[in-house]
Ligand binder design. Structure first.
Ligand SMILES: [Zn+2]
Length: 280
């Protein structure tokens, strides 16, 4: 949800669409500039959330942070930015903060991963274990970006054994990264891979997006549900998979006209169980 015009707008819009969970940005994601929350803003947000019964609440970190940058200035700036994000989430009562592990640029993947672990460790120590649970999102692996492989994310987690970091699976990203999740066999194999690496217990969140680009393209372009290269069957499977019934599902499909409503309606239609059990 866009939080333009006040953070609580995201809650109200989510409630209007019949959502029980909402993801938002707590600041403009394309700028370094931080945002200091006023007491009145925090109170309005918490009230709106309580009235709408939204749980869990999810924030997505800014796009400029690069926690695994070989440039120590950028890395420090990124750590600071995620720390501020954690602070705002804590004030707003947000449950999960989604971050990307970053891009290793002109260095190499294993060094990038080590730097990501060091940065995340710093953020978590600074935050003193309070605030939201950090959740690392799978990526399409565009360029030098880390996070396209659940095995590597598991390695990142193993470098931070004292922290309970969650996993967010983005369907567009894992497909673009080369996991053909369109077929029953591909779906099964992918979740076996996750189960055998990070473990499914780490899984806290889904981003359900179709993909404009083909499997293995490593290009991250979201499409409307069922209208991209992944197609409807994957979404039918995930909506009906009893293992994922309680896992929040967020759409990040293009913001075009009434498409949020239509994408959500389609996902709910794909759910074949009792209506009262349908995830919202
Ligand atoms: Zn995503």
């Amino acid at each position: 949800m866009s939080a333009a015009g006040g953070l609580e707008r995201a809650i109200l819009k989510g409630a209007e669409l019949g959502c029980t969970t909402v993801q938002l940005f707590t600041k403009s994601p394309n700028r370094w500039q931080e945002r200091t929350l006023k007491a009145s803003e925090i109170e309005m947000f918490r009230l709106a959330r309580r009235d709408a019964g939204i749980s869990p609440l999810i924030a997505h970190g800014g796009y400029l942070a690069n926690l695994s940058s070989p440039d120590s200035v950028i890395r420090r700036k990124s750590v600071l930015s995620v720390c501020r994000e954690m602070e705002r989430c804590g004030l707003l009562g947000i449950d999960y903060l989604v971050i990307h592990p970053g891009c290793f640029m002109d260095s190499d993947e294993s060094r990038g991963l080590a730097r990501a672990a060091a940065s995340i460790g710093r953020v978590l120590r600074e935050s003193g274990g309070g605030g939201p649970q950090l959740v690392v999102e799978t990526t399409a692996g565009q360029g030098t970006c880390l996070g396209r492989d659940p095995g590597r994310i598991a390695r990142l987690f193993s470098l931070l054994p004292e922290w309970n970091i969650g996993l967010c699976i983005d369907s567009c990203h894992v497909f673009a990264a080369g996991n053909d999740i369109r077929t029953a066999a591909g779906y099964r194999a992918f979740f076996e891979l996750v189960d055998g690496t990070t473990g499914l217990t780490r899984l806290k969140l889904f981003h359900l997006n179709d993909s404009r680009r083909e499997c293995g393209s490593r290009i991250d372009r979201h499409a409307h549900i069922g209208k991209g290269m992944i197609g409807g069957e994957f979404f039918r499977r995930i909506m009906n998979d009893p293992r994922f019934r309680e896992i929040p599902k967020i759409i990040e499909t293009p913001k075009e006209g009434d498409m949020d409503r239509r994408n959500l309606a389609l996902l709910r239609r794909l759910y074949a169980g009792r209506e009262e059990d349908c995830p919202r």
